[in-house]
Ligand binder design. Structure first.
Ligand SMILES: CC(C)(COP(=O)(O)OP(=O)(O)OC[C@H]1O[C@@H](n2cnc3c(N)ncnc32)[C@H](O)[C@@H]1OP(=O)(O)O)[C@@H](O)C(=O)NCCC(=O)NCCS
Length: 179
């Protein structure tokens, strides 16, 4: 994976009804560590990372690169949205395409925040990089993620075995003026 590269970054904070999407800041460091150390968050993502290793290795401003959004609710980070370039994707249909990822702290699940934030990020992407599809890979056993992908308009390209589980590759075609 590579970052989105040559785009205007960061954009002005993106405001939705309940949330703000913005670039990571130093005040998000603890929430980033909580996110990456959470066994619940990483149940379908190969397992969490060790907290002490994260405490040592996380930079003062974590994950600050083009395409990494913090999702902020009432001034605190509740999740992260990643839009990256899937340069090394193992499936040819996804190689080199923009790739959506999302990670929310378990306390923020079940409120529609991920759907609200991802829709706003995709809308931003449509404006910043017009005409490009977006791909998404998730374990098919990850029910919450599968439901979210469908809500966001991703449709199945294929399923494949990797990392010891069945993976679902979905794609969202860009929204055009013609609809
Ligand atoms: C995947 C993930 C982001 C989904 O989070 P989520 O909160 O379930 O997703 P949504 O924002 O779509 O919220 C949907 C839920 O909010 C509920 N909800 C409550 N109020 C709502 C509102 N105002 N609007 C919309 N939905 C609302 C819905 O009923 C639904 O609940 P249900 O699933 O129990 O039926 C989250 O589980 C997560 O971070 N998982 C770990 C990381 C991961 O696996 N990522 C996938 C690979 S990148």
């Amino acid at each position: 994976m590579e970052d989105l590269g040559d785009i205007t970054w960061p954009p002005e904070p993106i405001r939705t009804e309940r949330l703000v999407l913005r670039a990571p800041e130093a005040r998000d460091r603890t929430a980033f560590i909580d996110l990456l150390a959470s066994a619940e968050v990483h149940a379908y993502l190969g397992g969490p990372r060790a907290r002490d290793e994260l405490e040592r290795g996380t930079p003062a401003v974590p994950e600050a690169w083009p395409g990494s959004f913090v999702v902020d609710r009432d001034g605190s980070m509740i999740g992260q949205i990643l839009l990256r370039r899937a340069t090394g994707h193992r499936r040819p249909a996804a190689t080199g395409k923009a790739d959506l990822g999302y990670l929310f702290l378990p306390g923020a699940w079940g409120h529609g925040y991920a759907a609200e934030a991802c829709a706003a990020a995709l809308s931003w992407f449509d404006g910043a990089v017009p005409g490009e599809p977006v791909v998404l890979t998730t374990q098919s056993a990850n029910g919450r993620s599968m439901r979210l992908a469908a809500k966001l308009g991703f449709t199945e390209v294929e399923r494949f075995e990797a990392w010891g589980a069945e993976q679902w590759l979905g794609m969202r075609t860009p929204v055009t003026a013609a609809g």
